[in-house]
Design a protein around this ligand. Sequence first.
Ligand code: A5P
Length: 151
Amino acid sequence: MANDREKEGAARAGVKLVRAGDIVGLGTGSTAAYAVRFLGERVRAGLNIRGIPTSIHTQELAAGLGIPLTTLDECPQIDITIDGADEVDPELRLIKGGGGALLREKIVASATRKFVIIADSSKQVSMLGKFPVPVEVIKFAEALVAKKIAA
Ligand code: A5P
């Protein structure tokens, strides 16, 4: 419950950074979902932005809230991305991808000018690693990646 209030507060603060005309990367997970909902409120109040979702789940949520969506093909430069994290250390290093959207999240992050992470205090750790590090592998590279990880 307290974590939910923190997620909500972080999401509100993140969404305040979005400006008219921005292409916005939309993260995945329960914290990012708060941000998508707040962004939907701003869009319904007249804010002109387009979103690029990092998962099907976020795509459906955003579309249902009336947020106009676009693609990396149309807009290869993203102005701001708002996303959650699984762990954050004091140097602001992250573990991400626990929600199953790692590949798209990394692609969107790499195309983003401003990357905003929103997280509640349960995500703060002194050292990364309690949360398992997610690895997402395409079928083509499966055997090779398994071998490299084992090594
Ligand atoms: C999605 O793949 C992750 O990177 C999420 O951002 C992460 O799992 C955080 O999710 P919650 O906000 O639900 O904790």
